[in-house]
Design a binder for this molecule. Structure first.
Ligand SMILES: NC(=O)C1=CN([C@@H]2O[C@H](COP(=O)(O)OP(=O)(O)OC[C@H]3O[C@@H](n4cnc5c(N)ncnc54)[C@H](O)[C@@H]3O)[C@@H](O)[C@H]2O)C=CC1
Ligand SMILES: O=C(O)C(=O)COP(=O)(O)O
Length: 528
């Protein structure tokens, strides 16, 4: 099998070396495609690697019939429609820390260039103008830097600013006074930060909540003469409000690496002498580009070879040690989902999954997603996978609850799934037997022991002499061979079940014949 990879933005050749070396990958590098051209070609590819330029919109994703994974060689994924990717079961990975240092260094370079007007002075000098009066700067020392977003890059910038003898005040929803104290920064709200700062730098992702976080009202609160840096994303600062704040004299300088529209179309801000700018170069270093491309290449290889990734954005990543423990249960969880989908009448409204024994102490989210995949693909088809199973459950209004119990219930591990449909509650429990594979050990309240594979007939009947024989005879007449048979009953002569594994799927006609037998209440064909 050869996987086709499209690289649609310029990626470091050294960085994609692992992909070029690995067997089974065919790489196409096309970095100048229009959105229409990308839309026409994307259907051929299994993986897409991008930086910030390619806009991976819903329209593109809808045409990407074979796409399984999108790799973003960088941090920000605001150019990828994550919701659409998740809905289509496409995993999105990024390279979250490969360019942290470069982005932090670029932020400091922009801060200092702005404070000392270096680009403006250079421009004058290039034009043979030896002008020393127009380019008087301000020092950073003893000034306050306001950092909004104290994540990887924000924290690196804060540390460097302290090296410049600046005071730092920061806001981040995850920052606590204790963490701030440890990092040697002051802690405040967005309002506190913008009011206190002489210089402001933003380092949040671009989200609904951070769009125009720095707007006309924020500029109103700032100190006169404040200077502002944006090396994160265009749109965190409202460009129109910034333009007005510079023109009014409130803002003395702005250093911008990123813009609301890229490549930039509105050059109004750049015509202001207080503005210094670069064309989104924060991550553009040899080092950063190599690391981010290596990181996404490795995730793509690992996804297609082992099914695991390190840096998923739309699927919680599972540490390697945890993965090693839960991987053997993936199949059991999925088969329990399929088993119940076939067994139940109607679709699930509520699903309750309980993990017992040794499973109680580990992260089981991926197992729940696999079980949901099995359950939902019976109604929704093969489009359901680990990435979108939880999304589809929510979309269809299925309530999912997960619980754990350390009680072993006689098994070292046990997964019990209960589903509620409009017609009632059905339950199945499965375990993994050491060296013998998976077993379904309970169906509703009956103890059974059946391998969850192949064709199974579940029969609910009344416990009467001769019924087992009649079922065997009828199936024999239909040329259906019974491989194993289990019988369970609530009490002698009461409700009972039969669980038969059969060598080939029974025809609907045979099932109808079985249901006509007076002792038989219900027959369900299960195919695993
Ligand atoms: N100019 C460039 O070339 C580059 C730009 N970036 C941009 O920088 C951003 C930050 O990158 P990292 O530090 O690696 O990400 P990160 O995820 O480590 O940090 C982002 C921080 O923003 C915080 N945050 C979220 N919402 C917030 C809000 N409403 N107010 C304040 N803080 C909020 C988060 O809690 C988090 O701590 C990226 O999302 C990307 O857009 C990243 C690399 C290069
Ligand atoms: O990593 C990020 O978020 C960046 O903004 C870097 O963008 P780029 O990969 O240089 O187009």
């Amino acid at each position: 099998m050869t996987y086709k990879i499209l690289i649609s933005d310029p990626l470091s050749e050294d960085g994609i070396y692992p992909l070029r070396q690995a067997d089974g990958f065919e790489i196409t590098m096309e970095t100048k495609m229009t959105p229409d051209e990308l839309g026409e070609r994307i259907g051929e590819f299994d993986a897409l690697l991008v930086r910030s330029q390619t806009q991976v919109t819903r329209a593109i994703i809808e045409k990407a019939k074979h796409l399984k994974i999108i790799g973003r060689a960088g941090v920000g994924v605001d150019n990828i429609d994550l919701e659409a990717a998740t809905e289509h079961g496409i995993i999105v990975v990024n390279a979250p820390d490969g360019n942290t240092n470069s982005a932090a260094e670029h932020t400091m370079a922009m801060l200092m260039s702005m404070a000392r007007k270096i680009p403006q002075a250079y421009y004058a000098l290039r034009n043979r103008n030896w002008d020393r009066k127009s380019f008087v700067g301000v020092e950073l020392k003893n000034k306050t830097l306001g950092v909004i977003g104290l994540g990887r890059i924000g924290a690196e910038v804060a540390a460097r600013a302290k090296g410049q003898r600046m005071n730092v005040i920061a806001y981040d929803p995850f920052l606590t006074p204790e963490k701030a104290e440890k990092m040697g920064v002051d802690f405040g709200s967005v309002e506190d930060v913008v009011k206190a700062a002489d210089f402001i730098t933003v380092h949040t992702p671009l989200l609904k909540e951070t769009r125009h976080l720095i707007n006309a009202e924020a500029f109103r609160l700032m100190k006169p003469g404040v200077q502002i840096v944006n090396c994160a994303r265009g749109g965190i600062i409202d460009e129109n409000a910034l333009f007005d704040a510079i023109q009014s004299g409130k803002v003395a300088g702005a250093a911008l690496d990123v813009f609301e529209q890229e490549p930039m179309v509105d050059f109004r801000l750049l015509d202001l002498p207080q503005v210094v700018a670069t064309p989104h170069l924060g991550a553009s270093t040899v080092e950063a580009q190599e690391i981010v491309a290596v990181d996404v290449s490795n995730d793509v290889i690992s996804y297609f070879t082992t099914g695991t990734v390190r840096n998923s954005v739309n699927l919680p990543s599972v540490p390697k040690e945890v993965m090693a423990k839960i991987e053997p249960y993936f199949d059991l969880a999925e088969r329990l989902g399929i088993f119940l989908a076939d067994l139940a009448d109607g679709t699930a409204e509520e699903v309750n999954i309980q993990y017992a024994g040794e499973l109680a102490n580990i992260e089981v989210g991926p197992l729940t997603r696999n079980m949901l995949k099995g359950l939902l693909k019976r109604y929704l088809g093969e489009i359901v996978n680990d990435v979108n199973a939880a999304y589809f459950a929510e979309l269809k209004g299925v309530t999912v609850t997960e619980s754990k119990s350390t009680a072993t219930k006689g098994f070292t591990n046990l997964i019990t799934v209960e589903i509620k449909t409009a017609k009632g509650v059905r339950k199945a429990a499965g375990t993994l037997l050491n060296g013998q594979g998976a077993r379904i050990v309970k169906v509703d309240d009956y103890l059974v022991d059946v391998a969850p594979k192949g064709n199974i007939l579940f029969i609910r009947h009344n416990d009467r002499p001769g019924v087992i024989g009649r079922v065997g005879t009828l199936l024999g007449e239909e040329n259906v061979n019974i491989a194993t048979m289990q019988v369970g009953r609530s009490n002698a002569g009461g409700d009972a079940i039969m669980l038969l594994t059969i060598d080939k799927a029974a025809e609907q006609g045979s099932l109808d014949q079985l249901e006509k037998l007076t002792e038989i209440e219900k027959v369900k064909a299960i195919s695993l």
